[in-house]
Design a protein around this ligand. Structure first.
Ligand code: LHQ
Length: 266
């Protein structure tokens, strides 16, 4: 599949997916939703892709649903109604689900506004690095909608119920500098240094023990729905798998030989 709404790149074991509809701050139309799903499947399958970076072309990260495209589609539908449920099941839900289940580190490089489903994409990533001045905004209540794209799931887990609910219903924009102490982003960089700083982090992660990183993600995905004994048992199972990887053997050997490990992701 060749893409018209995305740019993709695989180099140094980092798979970069750039939303590329800058004229609408990379808002999603149906084509982009389909292409993102395809690209994520490729990144998941490709063993050379050991870390993913999601970012946006131009001055935005992603402004969520393209509201103009939605209006145009509604005008074409009989009666003017679109099933939002059907739309979500076909577009954002599989993307968010894949971002969470994909067992490689996924970074959101938030270069500019992240709103609505675009905020959902950023929150579904494992790590968030933002440009100073980039704004995060729930946006849903601005058009009288409730959160989707797992914003209602991730936001309270990241910042607690009261703040999450407040951001959702007030629709107040959160600049990256304020998002940092809230725990919404991991780090903020000057806008002109964001790409190179994220690249450095991503390349480092892409040369790490990919299987162990993936198992760590699997464990933490489950952690909130288990009690401590279940978590201990689950960890023991995952450690059985991690302990059998070539990277584990290499890590121990490197430690004992007092040298840096060379992880291959196997
Ligand atoms: C846009 C958009 C956009 C089209 C900026 N669409 N053009 C929705 C519907 C149904 C079912 C299920 O799910 C969903 C999920 C959702 O995502 S709902 C939330 C949809 N998103 C929004 O409501 C966000 C709307 N955008 C904004 O609030 C602002 O644009 C933000 C805060 C993102 C950025 O503000 P600014 O930096 O001031 O940029 P801007 O507003 O000037 O936008 C720049 C251009 O991008 C502008 O076009 P123009 O031709 O005037 O330059 C905007 O119209 C266009 N744009 N977002 N979502």
């Amino acid at each position: 599949m060749s893409y018209t709404t995305l740019l993709t790149d695989l180099s140094d074991n980092v798979f970069t997916l750039t939303f590329n509809r800058p004229e609408v701050l990379n808002a999603f139309n149906d084509q982009m939703a389909e292409e993102v799903q395809d690209a994520l499947k490729k990144a998941e399958r490709d063993e050379a892709a050991r870390c993913l970076v999601l970012t946006g072309a131009g001055k935005g990260f992603c402004a969520g649903q393209d509201l103009g495209a939605m209006r145009d589609r509604a005008a074409q539908e009989q009666g003017g109604d679109i099933s939002f449920r059907a739309h979500l099941l076909k577009t954002y839900n599989p993307i968010v689900s894949k971002l969470r289940s994909l067992e490689k580190p996924v970074i959101a490089q938030i270069n500019g506004a992240a709103a609505g489903a675009g905020l959902g994409m950023a929150l579904a990533c494992d790590l968030r690095y933002a440009a100073a001045g980039a704004k995060l905004r729930a946006a849903f209540s601005g058009i009288a909608l409730a959160p989707d794209s797992a914003v209602s799931f991730h936001l309270p887990r990241l910042i607690g119920h009261a703040r999450a609910y407040e951001l959702a219903i007030t629709n107040q924009p959160i600049p990256a500098e304020e998002a940092l102490p809230l725990g919404l982003v991991n780090q903020v960089f000057p806008a002109d240094q964001l790409a190179s700083a994220v690249r450095e982090i991503a390349v480092k992660l892409a040369h790490g023990p990919t299987k162990a990183f993936g198992l760590t993600k699997r464990a933490m995905n489950k952690a909130f729905s288990m009690n401590v004994d279940e978590a201990l048992d689950y960890e023991a199972n995952l450690q059985e798998t991690a302990g059998r990887t070539a990277d584990h053997k290499e890590g121990v050997a490197a430690f004992l030989e007092k040298r840096a490990p060379k992880f291959t992701g196997k």
